[in-house]
Write a protein that binds this ligand. Structure first.
Ligand SMILES: Nc1ncnc2c1ncn2[C@@H]1O[C@H](COP(=O)(O)OP(=O)(O)O)[C@@H](O)[C@H]1O
Ligand SMILES: [Mg+2]
Length: 358
């Protein structure tokens, strides 16, 4: 998948811009506050129907406009072209795929798998479990389209059960317990299978950046897996009733990154941690390329802020070998280092919201 043509209207300081990106590497250069992150944000909005910089869409819409629009002509893995479009006004979302109105954000997400690396991404390994759960589920979601309906049924059972716990309607809880156990166990299986496939890909990539032996990834299911999930729910029932929510289950799922059986985040250096996170993100895209030749886009905001010169060069070389479209921002062209070995790249200059090929 790659963006053949991208149109942006009223995203931050970008008024109206249209660009023809490279199917491989796109280097975005511009001074601070020129609109580089706004460009990355626009692409992200097209794939996810939300921003990564603000929890609501209102601040993203250009001050003097009432709505924003991002659209793109894309080339899909099967060689067909697809037109994607999204319009947001802070209240309503309108999604179009090939001129047809769509109801679900997941339609966009399947058509435009996006992997974002920005300064906040480096919290992945030391933040709470939600970020890692979302990371894991993004991978499962893109690897197997059967996952999403199961995940939705699980979420529904969970929210029904939690509502009943709050109103203490015990008889009905047992009905939802069955659903929760059934779909929860499948969600857990999907995650387990995904992590097993993901592990060797990740270990290969991290090997290019770090000499660390004994790396392992371990799924945390969200309940004591020495017991059946259904038994744990029964055991937890008093506590669940007291607090009004379900304590155990895949909604508490997580994964651990271990180095020689110790949690990496507890002892690796800050620099190593960043490289581990970056490799985790790249490995998800690499796995998609390997399994479905559906690479999607990699977005890297503030390239130089997070990596030293040597690792930046290694990353750029890796990205150019990968069959994948990439957008990378930096304040100076020299931040990208020596570009003589990088094939098929395009550079854009951003100034006061205007984007021009260099
Ligand atoms: N809703 C908005 N409308 C207009 N301009 C905005 C809006 N939100 C932010 N800006 C401005 O857009 C500019 C670009 O910001 P940003 O994309 O973060 O720049 P960069 O990543 O290049 O440093 C900034 O000057 C910012 O003040
Ligand atoms: Mg920025």
């Amino acid at each position: 998948m790659s963006l053949l043509k991208l149109d942006i209207y009223a995203v931050r300081n970008i008024q109206q811009e249209s660009i023809i990106p490279s199917p491989a590497i796109n280097l975005i250069v511009g001074k601070n506050a020129s609109g580089k992150s706004a460009l990355i944000e626009a692409i992200f909005i097209l794939g996810r129907a939300k921003s990564f910089r603000s929890s609501t869409i209102k601040p993203v819409i250009n001050f003097v406009q009432s709505h924003l629009i991002v659209s793109a002509q894309t080339l899909q893995a099967n060689g067909s072209q697809m037109h994607l479009g999204i319009q947001l006004d802070g209240k309503n979302i309108e999604i179009h795929i090939n001129q047809q109105l769509k109801q679900r954000r997941s339609d966009l997400a399947y058509a435009l798998p996006l992997q974002l690396i920005h300064p906040k991404s480096y919290e992945l390994l030391d933040a709470g479990s939600q970020m890692r759960r979302e990371f894991l589920d993004w991978g499962v979601f893109n690897n197997d389209e059967n996952f999403l309906p199961v995940w939705r049924r699980f979420k529904k059972a969970l929210s029904q059960r939690n509502a009943l716990l709050k109103t203490r309607r015990l008889e009905q809880i047992n009905v939802w317990d069955k659903e929760l156990v059934y779909y929860g166990t499948i969600v857990d299986c999907y995650r387990q299978q995904y992590l097993e496939k993901f592990k060797p890909v990740f270990i290969k990539i991290i090997g290019r950046f770090l000499a660390l032996d004994g790396i392992d990834l371990k799924l945390v299911s969200g309940w004591d897996t020495a017991k059946e999930f259904s038994h744990v729910l029964t055991e937890d029932q008093d506590r669940d009733l007291r607090y009004g929510f379900t304590h155990s289950g895949p909604h508490r799922g997580d994964f651990q990154l271990l180095v020689n059986n110790r949690l990496a985040k507890d002892f690796v250096s800050r620099g190593q941690l960043k490289l581990l996170v970056m490799s985790l993100k790249l490995a998800q895209v690499q796995l998609l390329v390997n399994e479905q030749s559906q690479a999607g886009c990699i977005l890297i905001d503030d390239f130089a802020a997070e990596l030293d010169v040597i690792n930046r060069a290694k990353l750029l070389r890796y990205l150019s070998e990968m069959d994948c479209q990439v957008f990378i921002t930096a304040t100076e062209a020299i931040d990208f280092g020596d570009l003589s070995q990088i094939k098929n790249y395009k550079m854009f200059h951003v100034e006061q919201g205007s984007i021009k090929p260099v």
